[in-house]
Design a protein around this ligand. Structure first.
Ligand code: PMT
Length: 433
């Protein structure tokens, strides 16, 4: 299997680095150096603001190419114009990305060369914000970042800590090694090449009568991001989704369902021959015992709904197919680790990705429906933390974990999922902490 570390995936790639006006612009030189060390070819576009902080000559020397800076420069347009420049790279990284640049990007402006290139390009775009903590926290910036993430722009950072302006908080440029690793994650890893993966996503709806249902706040974003990341990693992916309004990720087969029982049926039909099952759907634990044939009329002051348990899809998958590597989610409002570990054991799954939801969620607008999340991963003998990031980025990181753990799982189980006696090759890993 093609198991490439994220920075090794940059070998031979063309990276366009955009540098904007921020005190952190001096660190972009180190980013160019590391990208080239990883085997990437780099061209640099600077905004007018960036040139107030660093001389273009620095980037010319480090990248080995003249720096691009003017949108309306006849000479430059005759050489590599903005449209050619937009077509040239395999990915664009804007580091540092100032608050002003993020705002212009969110508005789709083309008022300088870098903004025009980003607008005209169709390749993956990553931005690494760097700004004063108050500017980062400002709702206007938060809105811009949400808009960009919604369009698939990958957010790298920012980090938190002491800032050049004397404040402390989020807004520092990620360090160059982390930026290069994050950029590498955008490229196909081949980590799940040849594997079949089933992902569930979104809410379920449990009918009460012909017009009403019991549902929940899941938007499907986390599950859709996972399906996309698994497909990018080379897997053949089936996405079984409750009712959501999201586009099907490229290369993914989608099955739409409504209720938990329909979801179970679709999952069981898709399972044979699969290698991995990921249950990211927020499945209703209960459904009304009886569905009224006609709309329930408003009459009594109180109405009691009698509910009965739904099947547990995740537990059922593992019970029927112990040979499939099963990943469950745990959405918790209290005692995250205790509940996650309890679910890991009770459902007999191989990995649990736990997230805080409700008021305990890492962001004020909660995890349901938001563009970002943070996960803690638990498996029988280890755990790992994936800090707050876009759901797209978390999904790629989770897929890397799954691919690594799947190898060990395969070595330790026979084709029916029975645990093999220890052969000395099995990863008895103490786990990452
Ligand atoms: O969709 P988003 O808006 O992006 O939000 C993402 C999310 C919060 C929905 C997602 O990250 C998440 O946590 N999904 C699981 C939600 C959930 O139902 O958690 P739970 O702790 O109740 O269930 C534990 C696990 O059992 C889950 O894998 C769930 O899919 C599964 N389950 C639960 C009940 C049931 N009847 N069948 C199941 O398979």
């Amino acid at each position: 299997m093609n198991d490439l570390s994220s920075s090794a995936r940059l070998a031979g790639k063309r990276i366009l680095l955009g540098v904007t006006g921020s005190i952190a612009a001096y660190k972009a030189g180190e980013v160019v150096r590391r990208l080239r060390e990883a085997g990437a070819e780099v061209r640099v576009v600077m905004t007018a603001g960036a040139m107030e902080f660093v001389q273009p000559l620095t980037f010319q020397a480090l990248s080995g190419h003249p720096v691009h800076r003017d949108l309306l420069d006849e000479g430059a347009e005759a050489g590599m114009g903005h449209i050619e420049l937009a077509r040239w790279p395999d990915a664009i990284l804007v580091a540092p990305a100032s608050a002003d640049f993020l705002a212009r990007l969110a508005q789709g402006r083309a008022d300088d060369l870098l903004a025009a290139v980003c607008l005209a390009s169709t390749v993956p775009l990553a931005v690494a914000p760097a700004m004063n903590a108050k500017m980062w926290e400002n709702p206007a910036t938060a809105d811009n970042v949400r808009t960009l993430a919604g369009r698939g722009v990958v957010l790298l950072g920012p980090a938190a800590g002491e800032q050049a302006c004397g404040e402390t908080g989020a807004g520092r440029l990620l360090e160059p090694p982390a930026l290069v690793a994050g950029l590498g994650e955008l490229f196909e890893s081949g980590l799940l090449a040849g594997r079949r993966v089933i992902v569930t996503a979104g809410p379920t709806r449990e009918a009460i009568d012909p017009v009403r249902y019991l549902g929940n706040r899941s938007s499907g974003r986390m599950g859709f991001a996972l399906a996309e990341a698994a497909a990018e990693a080379g897997a053949q992916v089936t996405l079984i989704s409750g009712p959501v309004s999201l586009e099907t990720p490229r290369g993914v087969t989608r099955v739409d369902v409504e209720s938990a029982r329909e979801m179970l049926e679709a999952v069981l039909a898709a399972l044979p021959g699969s290698d991995v099952f990921v249950g990211a759907a927020a499945v209703a634990d209960y459904r009304p015992v009886a569905v009224a044939a006609d709309k329930i009329k408003k009459s009594a002051e109180r109405l009691t709904l009698e509910l009965e348990r739904n099947p547990d899809i995740l537990a059922e998958v593992k019970r029927r197919h112990p040979e499939i590597f099963c990943v469950g989610f745990a959405a918790e409002t209290t005692d995250l680790e205790r509940h996650a570990r309890e679910k890991l054991a009770r459902k007999g799954v191989d990995l649990i990705a736990a997230n805080w939801v409700g008021p305990a969620a890492p962001e004020a607008d909660g995890v349901f429906g938001s563009e970002t999340n943070a996960l803690r991963l638990f498996w029988p003998d280890g755990e790992a933390a994936l800090p707050l990031a876009s759901k797209a980025r978390l999904a790629r990181q989770l897929v890397e974990h799954v691919a690594t753990r799947l190898e060990a799982f395969r070595q330790g189980h026979d084709a029916r999922g029975k645990v093999l006696p220890f052969s000395g090759t099995r990863d008895e890993g103490r786990g990452t902490r």
